[in-house]
Design a protein around this ligand. Structure first.
Ligand code: GLY
Length: 419
């Protein structure tokens, strides 16, 4: 039986490893570098691709990659060259996330609906354009900017400031040396994640993230402060439409272009008046969306990842999901997404509650004490027979955990109750 190597250190990676460790087809699960809640941690960082490959080879590991950075660096290409089994897209396919311009051009080329846009590398020309349009804009850095490279602008002045920030002040370095000015669509945002073997894709359970730091979607954008699954905003008919018009079309078109996409394909979608707009792609699982999705998955995740590597997803049944809701409330350190304290001891982590799991993210284990070690610290994730009960279960566990600068949103999942 193979071992598994999970590359990454966040809540998403803990959830993937937790699920894979339940597979009867997997021996041991290692994490590189992992966190205070994961076992079998290997001290190799996510960008040390040669060292990761050496470890995977010596320990007969099947590898799954959590974050985008090593995918964009080409970890899958390197592992594959060495004959190692790894789940995720190649460097070329990862362009769907690594370059916003590449992704927007791809969408346009294949007639997949996306908000109108223009590309600029000159601040003055970008500003002239911003002043000339009669709609609000979203200003996007072309490259990866740790989730901060998208600025939503409600008026012309804020668009001009965002253009300056990227093209003049170079706030995101070379990632912002080219920008996309995209028409802002006012609808409801949803995520849709599918699993692909390069020729076909099957959907994961639906989910919705909460990106802003404060309740009622106020304040700065974060990596995600909580998520729930299923997301009623994506009803069966919208899910079918997304699968057909966005996911399948993307997978077919990537293959036609010679870049078959294997991995998790995450589409950020805006829904307005039943029309679907692709805002962006990620080439990996969402974090924290992964946590509630893994809690609801009945099927053996390993079988699906393994089949994707062999381009053989068609042999498997659709994934089976628990007929329950799951909610993940992210506990962060006060100050995140800006500066925040670290090394605070957490109490209450040994509290037990059935149907609930505390996934670790920014934590470390120091001599048996679990200390905070990042902005997003934990993902308290609970199942429930209804969305309301999973929300109550998650928050009841949240109350049992404490540290001095603990912070969380109090409205995770509320959006789903409205539908
Ligand atoms: N939660 C959003 C993301 O993973 O990008």
């Amino acid at each position: 039986m193979p071992n598994v190597l999970v590359v990454g250190s966040g809540g998403r990676e803990h959830a993937l490893g937790w699920k894979l460790s339940q597979s009867t087809k997997v021996d041991k699960v290692y994490y590189a570098p992992g966190n205070g809640g994961t076992e079998n941690n290997i001290e190799i960082s996510v960008n040390e691709i040669d060292k990761l490959a050496k470890f995977a080879s010596e320990n007969k590991c099947f590898t799954i990659v959590g974050p985008e950075a090593p995918l964009v660096e080409g970890i899958v290409d390197e592992f594959t060259k060495k004959g190692l089994r790894i789940f995720g897209p190649t460097k070329n396919s990862a362009q769907l996330e690594s370059s916003k311009i590449w992704a927007k051009d791809f969408l346009k080329r294949h007639d997949i609906t996306t908000p109108s846009f223009e590309v600029f590398d000159d601040a003055e020309k970008a500003k002239q354009y911003a002043k000339s349009v009669n709609h609000s804009l979203v200003v996007k850095a072309d490259g990866l900017a740790a989730g901060k490279g998208v600025i939503i602008c409600d008026d012309t002045d804020s668009a001009l400031a965002a253009i300056d920030k990227m093209l003049v002040e170079k706030a995101f370095g070379s990632a912002g040396s080219k920008i996309v000015l995209e028409e802002k669509i006012d609808g409801e945002e949803a995520s849709f994640i599918a699993l692909s073997d390069g020729t076909m894709a099957i959907p994961m359970a639906t989910s919705q993230d909460h990106k802003r730091i404060f309740d009622n979607d106020k304040g700065l954008n974060t990596g995600g402060m909580g998520a729930y699954s299923p997301a009623p905003i994506i009803d069966e008919s919208i899910a079918e439409q997304i699968q057909k018009d966005i996911i399948n079309k993307t997978i077919t078109s990537m293959a036609q272009e010679g870049n078959p996409f294997k991995g998790f394909l995450y589409a950020g979608i805006m829904i307005k008046d039943d029309k679907l707009y692709v805002l962006e792609f990620n080439v990996r699982m969402g974090d924290p969306e992964c946590q509630p999705i893994m809690m609801r998955m009945n099927s053996d995740l390993y079988e699906y990842l393994d089949a994707c590597v062999d381009t053989d997803l068609a042999k498997l049944e659709p994934i089976s999901w628990k007929n329950q809701s799951a909610v993940c409330v992210v506990l962060s350190s006060k100050g995140y997404p800006e500066s925040y304290p670290k090394n605070e001891e957490m109490l209450g982590l040994d509290s037990q509650q059935s149907g609930t799991f505390v996934f670790h993210a920014g934590t470390k284990n120091e001599d048996g004490k679990i200390l905070t070690n990042g902005g997003r610290v934990l993902g308290v994730t609970a199942l429930g027979d209804t969305l309301q009960s999973s929300i109550s279960n998650a928050y009841s566990m949240v109350d049992k955990i404490s540290w001095p600068n603990k912070y969380y949103r109090t409205d995770i999942g509320k959006k789903g109750l409205i539908h």
